[in-house]
Design a binder for this molecule. Structure first.
Ligand code: ASP
Ligand code: CP
Length: 319
């Protein structure tokens, strides 16, 4: 796996972003994640390939899904998992991010899972520590394991990723999920459309090889996948939408807008959802169309695959 700055650490492999990863590397992780998901569904014994090694979760931003699933993933592989509580750590006494990471590194973990509100935080740490670093979300930059779990969900439901039309809708500007998904879906041969009001669309984003739409009905016309995003209010300074009510009217996914997508279009959302803001509650809970709970399940399997691949070096020869 490449680091996001295009360099590979000579001894330790990191997962810092999807950008720069090859289709072969992505496919290898999806295949491994698929096997772990099937093992789990079959209630099969999962080999503790990382027994007695240590994983430290270092989350500077709130999380329900990512932190819990990384913890479960590590434990299923036999890792000792430590969740460092940032709120009660010496960061409150002024210790820096780098000093914190170097302190944890001295305890010789195999993997450090980091979420931070600054873009590039995980990449910075990867240069300072001697273990694998996994980016669990850095500012509005990347959330690579989210894109991988989304891809696994799509592949299981649709049988392929290549050739699908995927609409990513909502607050693209502040979304690391959107960025990681754009890189992954483009690499895997999907056709990506972005749908957002002009205020929430990053300038020049079409340079990434995506189609840009401001009208939701046009944007999701005939797509196979509708991926909805939350308004990332924690990253907004000032008002980006007139009101959430108006936002829902024009950009919220409801039955009327969804009717423009393919009849079997899959509905996805990384979570957490704000019902009635970006997605109607009936649509979110539609068990035939919505893959939201499957995304969460795939999250544990894909994180097992990433921990396994990085800590054992099992994907070294796939690049
Ligand atoms: N949970 C995802 C993230 O951390 C998406 C979101 O928060 O809306 O990026
Ligand atoms: N999708 C996602 O990253 O969820 P959390 O913020 O709850 O971890």
């Amino acid at each position: 796996m490449n680091t996001s700055n295009g360099q590979s650490h000579p001894e330790y492999r990191h997962l810092l972003g999807i950008e720069g990863m090859t289709a072969t590397e992505i496919t290898a992780l999806l295949d491994l994640g698929d096997r772990y998901l099937q093992h789990y569904r079959d209630d099969a014994q999962i080999p503790k390939v990382l027994k007695d090694r240590t994983q430290i979760n270092l989350f500077f931003e709130d999380s329900t899904r990512t932190r819990t699933s990384f913890e479960l993933a590590g434990k299923r592989l036999g890792l000792n998992v430590i969740n460092m509580s940032v709120a009660s750590s010496s960061i409150k006494k002024g210790e820096t991010l780098i000093d914190t990471a170097m302190t944890l590194n001295a305890m010789r973990p195999s993997a450090l899972v980091v979420r931070h509100n600054a873009s590039g935080a995980a990449a910075l740490l990867s240069q300072k520590v001697s273990c694998s670093v996994i980016n669990a979300g850095d500012g509005s930059h990347e959330h690579p394991t989210q894109a991988l779990l989304d891809a696994l969900t799509i592949r299981r439901r649709k049988g392929r990723i290549e050739g699908l039309r995927v609409a990513i809708c909502g607050d693209i500007l502040h979304s690391r999920v959107a960025r990681s998904n754009i890189h992954l879906l483009n690499t895997m041969g999907s056709r990506v459309r972005l749908v957002a009001p002009p205020t929430l669309m990053p300038p020049f984003i079409e340079n990434l090889g995506v189609d840009v739409h401001h009208d939701m009905r046009e944007g999701i016309k005939d797509v196979d996948i509708v991926m909805m995003l939350r308004l990332q209010k924690e990253r907004m300074q000032g008002a980006f939408v007139p009101s959430t009510r108006e936002y829902f009217r024009y950009y919220g996914l409801d039955a009327d807008k969804l009717a423009h997508a393919k009849p079997d279009a899959l509905i996805m959302h990384p979570g957490p959802m704000n019902r009635g803001v970006e997605i109607d509650t009936v649509i979110a809970d539609d068990i035939d169309r919505s893959a939201i709970q499957e995304q969460v399940e795939a999250g544990v399997a894909i994180r097992m695959a990433c921990l396994d691949a990085l800590c054992t070096g099992s994907l070294e020869n796939t690049a």
